[in-house]
Design a protein around this ligand. Structure first.
Ligand code: GDP
Ligand code: MN
Length: 384
């Protein structure tokens, strides 16, 4: 999960890495407060979870109040790098003397953090690596002992910075490493780390990517995890812990396993049709997961009149069918006026399949034990 710039800067500030005076703008009327707080000129920066905003026009400098109003009007609510701009960060304009780079990245291959620093920054680190690799210093850190202050100093020394700059740089690096550790980050980066004309060292941008697998240790981010999934149903799927992909065809597909769901899509394509949705429930087959999954597909059918059938393939291997059927029936009963037909194929362990058939007897589910027959049945619903 990638934090927004202003969230990263709040964390920087908490660790005493210097950041510009700033104020978040969510609506046009917030601008006046920002001007009162930080004055003019100011920089207005679109808050989206993507880099390269400067080049894409997402960062504007305003010298006057009317320029600031124009910038807010131009940026708020537009789309930048595939994301809706829901808020802006207003900041004091820095008088930039030079831009440097300071980053820590989780190196999966070596299972260790790697420090990457450079006396040149502002542009992305890949292009610095290409154009002036001699300006980059890298070092792998032993995650057990962490980064020691003297190591941070030695590294910064390698950049050939003069005395004051070197001190401020190594200080920022040491603190940034602390953030990397404390937040279970995959990446923490200051780019650019700016030296201003009056000699201040200040983080002009922030990038913190938290490892999704460790979000359970950071509940304060839980409600933010899915906010940038733009498709409403895909966001709901992600919130419920299932893999949902919204598509454009006639048959919505669901299976307990991504491979199984993909095979179903292939079979549908072979019949000359297209899937309307892909849903992988994952393993476990819990009652709640089943109910949530099928409800999501009913939601899809309700919104999209092209959807003519829901085709589900459940393969019973480990979990017995009781919970699955219970959740499934709950969703069937609650679907109110969504009358799209449901075709269910059950396969796998023989005793479980028999049990599932028993449990589903007398319901209006179209039940099959052969995948191809199930696909044909779903296909017939399209032309009915
Ligand atoms: P990114 O393009 O998404 O990485 O956004 P950044 O926050 O890194 O901004 C891109 C560039 O805009 C920086 O490298 C700076 O050159 C410039 N910039 C950002 N803030 C300021 C500022 O306060 N003053 C000046 N003069 N330039 C800024
Ligand atoms: Mn940047």
């Amino acid at each position: 999960m990638r934090l927004l710039e202003f969230e990263g800067k709040d964390i920087f500030q908490g660790s005493e890495i210097r950041v510009p005076e700033r104020s978040v703008i969510e609506e046009e009327k917030d601008l006046q407060k920002a001007i009162d707080d930080i004055g003019l000129p100011m920089v207005l920066k679109a808050q989206v979870p993507a880099g390269g905003r400067g080049k894409a026009g997402g960062i504007k400098i305003a010298e006057t109040e009317s320029e600031a109003e124009d910038a807010v009007g131009e940026l708020l609510g537009t789309e930048l790098k595939g994301h809706k701009v829901r808020c802006l960060l207003a900041e004091e304009k820095l008088d930039i003397e030079r831009e440097m780079y300071c980053g820590i990245v989780g190196d999966d291959e070596n299972a260790a953090p790697e420090i990457i620093i450079s006396s040149e920054g502002g542009v992305d680190i890949e292009s610095i690596a290409e154009e002036s690799p001699e300006k980059i210093v890298r070092k792998r850190v032993d995650p057990m002992s962490g980064l020691r202050p003297y190591e941070a100093r030695n590294l910064a020394k390698e950049l050939g910075l003069e005395r004051d700059a070197f001190r401020s740089f190594s200080d920022a690096l040491f603190k940034l490493y602390g953030i990397f550790e404390a937040y279970d980050a995959k990446l923490s980066e200051i780019n650019p780390l700016v030296e201003t004309r009056e000699g201040r060292f200040i983080a002009a941008d922030s990038k913190i990517v938290i490892d999704d697998h460790s979000l359970f240790r950071h509940p304060e981010f839980e409600d933010k995890r899915t906010r940038y999934i733009e498709n409403e149903l895909e966001r709901q799927g992600s919130e419920k812990g299932v893999n949902y992909v919204d598509l454009d065809g006639e048959i919505a597909v669901m299976a307990n396993g991504a491979g199984l769901a993909m095979a179903l899509m292939d079979l549908i394509s072979k019949e000359g049709h297209a899937p309307a949705a892909f849903l992988d429930t994952g393993g476990g087959l819990s009652e709640q997961r089943m109910e949530d999954s099928l409800k999501l597909l009913f939601d899809k059918a309700e919104r999209d009149e092209k959807v003519k059938a829901i085709l589900v393939n459940i393969r019973f291997m480990i979990s017995p069918p009781d919970a699955m059927v219970k959740g499934f029936m709950k969703a069937m009963e609650d679907r109110s006026d969504v009358d799209v037909p449901v075709v269910l194929v059950v396969r796998g362990r023989k005793s479980y399949v028999e049990k599932a058939k028993q449990l589903l007897e007398g319901t209006d589910i179209n039940l099959y034990t052969d995948v191809e027959e199930g696909v044909k049945a779903a296909k017939e619903k399209i032309t009915r």
